[in-house]
Design a binder for this molecule. Structure first.
Ligand SMILES: Nc1ncnc2c1ncn2[C@@H]1O[C@H](COP(=O)(O)OP(=O)(O)OP(=O)(O)O)[C@@H](O)[C@H]1O
Ligand SMILES: [Mg+2]
Length: 244
């Protein structure tokens, strides 16, 4: 469903992705972990066609992004729902933020839109907040609005960049459960970046670990927990001793 082949990307002389190859099978939850500045968010933007790699190939739903023009790229992007690490919420009320992908992709009545927005807000435990302005809400509340916006149009692929950052452990687990329930219900293909490694591993089928622009681990969640690679072990088990 998502495939990267030997992807390289640099900003000036800062090499961020240094030959990354990975494959996310359909209907899978793939956790992308790794230390700060490892290139995780950049990798998401490459998958979403927001950044073009210097070399290598990116396939989304069997379509190679490289040769596509902006219009064709926009068509592929419609298959992807994305939660950005920095929220990227618009300066409009909660309901309009969440409804944005629906309005862009479908021709629904105002009543249907309002119903689906209310249903999403219910799901992320923020019922009745339609008229609030995101800028006046907490970090965790903004994350949950982002989750609602990323999923409302039921895209076949969803990328969540730090969906639980700033959330307490109970709300975090609720968000992970929500991510998993929706994935199972719609058979979507999901990638999740999370610094809460223990939390995200409770829902992941597969795990990739990025370190200094390279994928140093790629395998099942059980393999990640059992890995003897010192950096993977240190990161997965949250150890202070190790190479990181
Ligand atoms: N638009 C940009 N212009 C220049 N450098 C960038 C840009 N976006 C990211 N970078 C650099 O790319 C590197 C990887 O950034 P990225 O945001 O992917 O890290 P990350 O793994 O998501 O880290 P974190 O866990 O802190 O979010 C960093 O060194 C960052 O400074
Ligand atoms: Mg990031």
């Amino acid at each position: 469903m998502i495939r990267l082949e030997d992807v390289h990307l640099a900003f000036g002389d800062n090499t961020v992705l240094d030959g990354v190859s990975l494959e996310v099978p359909p209907a899978c939850i793939y956790a992308l972990i790794g230390p700060g500045a490892a290139g995780k968010s950049v990798l998401f933007k490459v998958v979403a066609g927001l950044l073009r790699p210097a070399s290598g190939k990116v396939f989304v739903d069997d379509e190679e992004l490289g040769p596509l023009n902006e219009i064709e790229l926009a068509r592929v992007r419609k298959k992807i729902g994305m939660l950005f690490q920095n929220y990227a919420l618009f300066d409009m009320n909660v309901a309009e933020n969440i409804a944005f992908p629906l309005r862009r992709l479908f021709d629904l009545s105002e009543e249907e839109i309002a119903e689906r927005v209310a249903e999403r807000l219910e799901r992320v435990a923020l019922p009745g907040t339609e008229h609030r302005i995101p800028q006046s809400m907490s970090g965790g509340q903004k994350k949950r609005i982002g989750v609602a916006r990323a999923t409302i149009a039921r895209p076949p692929i969803v990328l969540y960049d730090e969906p639980t950052a700033g959330l307490d452990p109970v709300t975090s687990q609720k968000i992970y459960d929500l991510v998993q329930e929706e994935q199972r219900a719609q058979d979507t293909t999901v990638m999740v970046i999370s610094s809460d490694v223990a939390g995200v591993l409770t829902i992941a089928d597969r795990v990739g670990m990025l370190h200094e622009g390279r994928l140093i681990f790629d395998g099942t969640t059980d393999d990640a927990k059992a890995s003897t690679d010192p950096a993977v072990r240190q990161f997965v088990h949250g150890l202070t001793e190790g190479p990181l």
